[in-house]
Ligand binder design. Sequence first.
Ligand code: WTA
Length: 653
Amino acid sequence: MPDANDRPAADIHTSSKDAAGAPLGTAADTSEVFQPSEEVISAAHIKDWEKTREDALKDPVAFWSERARELDWYEPWTTALDDSEAPFYKWFTGGKTNVVLNALDRHMNTATKNKIAFIWEGENGDQRTMSFFRLRQEVNKFANVLKSMGVKKGDRVTIYMGRIMEIVIAMLATVKIGAVHSVVYGGFSTEALAERIEDARSRVLITADGAWIRGKTVKLKNIADDAVARSGYVEHVIVVKRTGEDVNMEAARDYWYHDLMALPIASPVCETEVMDAEDPLFILYTSGTTGRPKGVLHTHGGYQVTISTTLKWVFDIKDEDRWWCAADPGWITGHSYIVYGPLIVGATSFLYEGAPDFPYPDRWWKLVEQYGITTLYTAPTAIRGLMRFGESWPQRHDLSSLRILGTVGEPINPEAWKWYHKVIGGDRCPIMDTWWQTETGGHMITPLPVTPLKPGSGTKPFPGIDMDVVREDGSTCSPNEEGKLVIKQPWPGMLRTVYGDPERYVQQYWSEFKSQGWYLTGDSARKDEDGYIWIIGRLDDVIKVAGYRLGTAEIESALVSHPSVSEAAVIGVPDEVKGNAIHAFCIPKAGGAKPTEEVLKKHVREEMGPIAVPAKIELVDKLPKTRSGKIMRRVLRAKALGQDVGDLSTMED
Ligand code: WTA
């Protein structure tokens, strides 16, 4: 299934003559500045960006506490930041809340109750709208269903679905009763899903029969069946009917969502569980340097403060807006800026099920026009993909409703930025290039609408966020010197741990600059003479492919799980649309038949999902390794790019 990060152009063939095809990596001009218009400034929540940043940095804890007071709490907190067990920071301890209290319940006392929360369109043109009131009713009903299945506070529930309203309902219902969701992106496949179910030990899985993508269906229930058989924790599977295909329903294990929602137990009245600020809210698995994905854990109290403040300030959300975050609810962008953030700020959101270019490359632009979208948030890869079809597609549509644009997930090359600004934004809409991570919960480096923009830079940290680009020894880099991007002070939306693996949390994020107590982002960056931050890329074995975060080790382990492969190495190489493409090198097992590239691609697709399929797989006899046996990916990368392989003194032979 696609999202904004999906491969809009990956399997599309454009015949357009004016296809731009911007080369990646074109050097950015750090002196080129786009100033905000008077109109943007007069509409903005925050008018003085630098002063707001400066004031907030004087006392970030006070700044965030003030933001937290804008939300509802059953009981106020006693300590805003407890750092007594750093790096296991706690925010708003003693406070009682629930994200659902702020996302739904509190709106029942205001006019927001009658506002549209979601406008949804299916790929096939189906439409659905839901008010805040109605959404809350559906959430309550489903929360009662989950309770009746024995789901209790603290239990984990895995959700594996396409972009339909029920994924939002399922997430909120889980949280409402104090359970913890683990949403697995619908573009993942059997092994990836099984592994995530197992790590979370979920007894309940919520899925759908299938999902629509490019006029075809993804057989989610079949994949879910295989994953459930492999992982062995799941007792109940709840299945939403979306495609209407025949699926296997196992008696006493599998239930149709609509059957359950029609039962008398599915009452629209349900108390929201009162949670401690630090109680777990959700687990979201993300790729790191080992083969096992990390379960990033977020909690109720701080997360809601970070995401609601950033959404409101960065995208300047107002009552009259129609907000479209074109990501997938299965990624952090979807959690924070499709589900929780917009609901907390009471925004009207648009949610679209399908591919950006289906049935024609103007689908997105048609949707913007048809629904009067005012704020559009997507990924550079989607922009580059759609840009390849040429200007004539967006030009067929009236995009004048747009006011603010945004990007996330990877660096945006200045060409794509300018195309987005001119062709989509009509030279009128500022572009919010937001840098953040699954771990940070919400935006960290981002402009506000009033910020002077430089194409390709996310500008500076959000108010109350303290970041820097530093050398190995922790000293601040000189202007334009490349260094490590670090976060110097805790923030409310930060991850609290790696689920079930606190050591990995400490090791991964807090060990490199332990004495300073800084969080390591894993990105390299530079700061220009104006203090604007330019992201260069990942320093670890994480590859961003079409905005998807994938670990080389995960793909390698999928490859070696094929019986004919004995060893594998995976690298990312630059790609015009996807940012990076995956190249794999495999050593076939001795004695057996050599696998074909097609067979191996199919295997990765079945195990990991379509997003992890390498663009190219080469069979080799040997892989470059250090004497300690570590694969030297940099050597493979240099060879693949025809560059100098550099120092080989540590290579085994
Ligand atoms: C990269 C996505 C440049 C970065 C919300 C980060 C970016 C990783 C940007 C996190 C951006 C995200 N400019 N790079 N605006 N946004 N990244 O966890 O490398 O999927 O560390 O979170 O994406 O990816 P994740």
